[in-house]
Ligand binder design. Structure first.
Ligand code: CA
Length: 717
């Protein structure tokens, strides 16, 4: 595991707009038509820097901005309003100098710009570069010193190569020398590609073939599957900051950076190999894009970025996909479909297929159907819980307690985070504190339980999680079908004074809330408590929630208040308010063997439809400390989470297992198809014994996948 140091995640792709990228792609395609013969060293560099230049100068900076910066810059090349002595950690003022410098350079080198080849602007640029070199500002955050600054200087110098007048050779040389920051070999994942990127720029500036090969080797080395390390995983997920789920956030930085540089190299001898392109496309297509619903991402995959404004809005992905199309045109249909969903030209359901993915490396479950996504975040001793760091995601302590992301339209949780009650994150079981508890440990806490995993055949599946965190234990399981997700909890135990709660959902209130409790709609701004023995339902924003065994159910549709600062100290203290639909079960104080059962029905459009739901078609066969099981009658499908070796009888057939496992039997009453997984990641084999009514015994031997594929599902023949 990489040493945990403070680092900062930046989302550079936001600066790209669709039109820019369209232009860029057009240029790239045009560029590829140019005959490429006998590439000499400088010619290859030139071909690549041509593309970098086009990418960086797609949009001429605003004229007002250029004149403002040019007028304000002092003769020594500094700006009076920038605090160059600041060493600030997250928002570092001297970075503004480099941004302004690039603005002036773009204006100076771009034909058609009013400042193209302008003498005064050239002088400003030279002075600003000189000032930067002489004053050498430094942040306390290594990310600025070793990544952001050398990258920015590299881009500036590359662009200036295309200027009417060139930067003084000596100054250039000194700045290039100063770019030697960081060591890509010491890093993994997105940080590695980020450092390699300025090595790549330096290689182009110095026309150093060996450095170019080295930087690209390092740059693309994270495009490989890794086991028990940060980076792209065997389960097709992405982890960073230890073995921590980061499909969004760092995963975004990684995939964008890699595809961007790959697009620069297309048509040159350095073009990315087909095997690496295939790995990237698989991650993008089968994982990354599946974490999006319409234009919005699953909050589970963002890491500490969940605490930043607008982070779930993934509109910028569509322009990235245009870059991807240059590198991997074979999957253009996939990329086009995703673009259509993201930009809203098509519904969020457009070309969405039925899939179920169990991420056995990162403890994450992703279940998609055309009408919805339902994803679960778990943790184990094999993974790191969602982190806090740099005073970001201060309240994200319980995100890995089995958070469920339920999206239909996509925007259900968009920017709700400042006003969330953070021990009632959707799906989790937690102690219910009066005041949300701040996480004091930075950079992620390892999970404390062994049992976490799921069975999957790619379309259906079940997940089981033995939660053990914050002096609270619970066995939580999810059973995924087409129109229903059955959520069971059992063995819920705590000796702490707080009540323990399981939250069904906490999303923006949208429209009316209806319920079986009375025939009237539940008023806005209301909190209700209801204890009923059985068959209670609620309907809100096209999602039905059914409680077959009732429970101590609480619903609030009230106004909640908060500010971004409360969860992320880099953002505003301005108060935000909004009505929230919050539905939870109260297990009381010091529960010793509490349980719950609820069924989520995404896509129910009316109370009339809700009343037609046949709960008896979903048979909850077991929900006890040894096992949790659901039989779906119409699908003829059985799913069982065995926490111990044991047996269960369904439709006169006894199923016995000699190891803890998670099991799914499709076509139960016909020609059975059995899938099984080991949620403890330690067994080599298991024996499955089926005994039918006539006492006929079938014994099936299971060989569990090992090492890189431990925890993954296997079909039993
Ligand atoms: Ca609370």
């Amino acid at each position: 595991m990489v040493p945990v140091k403070p680092r900062l995640m930046k989302r550079k792709y936001n600066s790209h707009h669709l039109l820019q990228t369209l232009l860029f792609v057009f240029c790239l395609l045009g560029g590829m038509n140019t005959a490429f013969s006998q590439p000499g060293n400088s010619k290859v560099s030139r071909t690549i820097t041509d593309k970098i230049l086009r990418d960086l100068t797609l949009r001429i900076p605003d004229f007002k901005l250029i004149t403002k910066y040019s007028a304000a810059v002092k003769p020594d090349g500094s700006w009076p309003d920038i605090d160059y002595s600041s060493k600030a950690f997250t928002v570092w003022p001297p970075e503004e100098h480099l941004i302004r410098l690039q603005t002036l350079i773009k204006a100076y080198v771009t034909k058609g710009s009013i400042c193209y080849a302008d003498e005064k602007v050239f002088k400003d640029i030279s002075n600003a570069l000189q000032y930067w070199y002489s004053s050498n500002p430094k942040s306390d955050n290594w990310w600025f010193n070793q990544i952001s600054t050398p990258q920015s200087i590299g881009e500036s110098l590359i662009m200036m190569r295309y200027g009417d007048k060139k930067i003084d050779k000596e100054l250039q040389g000194k700045l290039i020398e100063r770019m030697k920051q960081g060591d890509p070999e010491k890093w993994t994942g997105a940080n590695k590609t980020d450092i390699s990127q300025h090595f790549f720029y330096r290689a182009l500036l110095t026309e150093d073939d060996a450095l170019l090969s080295y930087s690209l080797k390092e740059f693309f080395s994270p495009v490989n599957l890794v086991y028990k390390k940060e980076g792209l995983q065997y389960d097709n997920s992405y982890m960073q900051h230890g073995l921590q789920l980061y499909v969004g956030g760092y995963g975004t930085v990684f995939i964008n950076g890699v595809f961007k540089v790959a697009s620069y190299l297309s048509g040159t001898p350095y073009a990315l190999g087909a095997d690496k392109v295939a790995l990237l496309s698989k991650f993008l297509k089968d994982t990354y894009l599946k974490t999006l619903r319409g234009q919005y991402a699953d909050f589970n995959v963002m890491g500490r970025g969940i605490s930043r404004p607008n982070v779930l809005d993934m509109t910028s992905v569509k322009s990235q996909l245009l870059v991807v199309k240059v590198v991997d045109p074979n999957n253009s249909t996939e990329w086009d479909n995703a673009i259509a969903r993201i930009n809203g030209l098509e519904a969020p359901s457009y070309k969405v297929t039925k899939t179920h993915n169990q991420y056995f490396s990162s403890d994450y479950t992703l279940h998609t159907r055309p009408p919805y996504s339902f994803n679960v975040r778990m943790a184990s001793k094999r993974t790191i819980r969602c982190e806090t760091g740099n005073n970001e995601n201060l309240l994200g302590r319980y995100l890995s307690n089995g958070a469920t992301n339920i999206q239909l339209s996509g925007g259900e949780y968009y920017n709700i985070m400042p006003i969330w009650e953070w021990d009632k994150i959707p799906g989790i079981t937690s102690r219910d504190y009066v005041t949300d508890k701040i996480e004091t440990l930075s950079w992620g806490e390892p999970g404390t339980n062994e049992f976490a995993g799921g069975v999957s055949d790619g379309i259906y599946g079940a997940s089981g999680y033995m939660l053990n965190f914050d002096n609270l234990r619970a066995k939580k399981a999810w059973f995924f079908f087409d129109t229903e997700i059955v959520c069971l909890g059992t063995d819920i135990k705590s000796d702490e004074p707080e009540h323990v709660t399981t939250t069904i959902n906490q999303c923006w209130l949208k429209g009316d809330t209806e319920s079986s409790l009375d025939n009237n709609q539940i008023a806005k701004d209301k909190t209700i408590t209801h204890s009923e023995k059985s068959n209670v339902w609620f309907l809100h924003d096209n999602v039905g929630y059914y409680f077959p065994k009732g429970g101590d159910i609480k619903l609030s549709t009230d106004v909640q208040k908060g500010e971004w600062y409360r969860i992320n100290n880099s953002y505003s203290k301005k108060e935000i308010t909004g009505n929230v639909f919050k539905l939870w079960l109260d297990h009381g104080s010091k529960p010793q063997n509490a349980e719950y059962a609820y069924i989520v029905l995404p896509g129910v459009k009316s109370a009339k439809e809700m009343k037609k739901f046949k709960a008896n078609e979903l048979e909850i066969i077991a929900n006890n400390p040894t096992m949790q099981a659901v039989y779906h009658k119409p699908l003829d499908m059985l799913q069982v989470v065995f926490y111990e070796a044991g047996s269960i009888t369904v439709a006169s057939t006894a199923i016995k297992v000699d190891k803890p496992c998670i099991l799914m039997i499709k076509n139960f009453n016909g020609k059975r198809v059995i899938s099984i997984a080991d949620p403890l990641y330690k067994e080599k084999t298991a024996t499955l014994t089926l005994t039918n009514t006539n006492k006929e015994i079938t014994e099936l031997k299971v060989d569990f996948p090992q090492n890189e594929y431990a925890g993954s599902s296997v079909d039993v023949k």
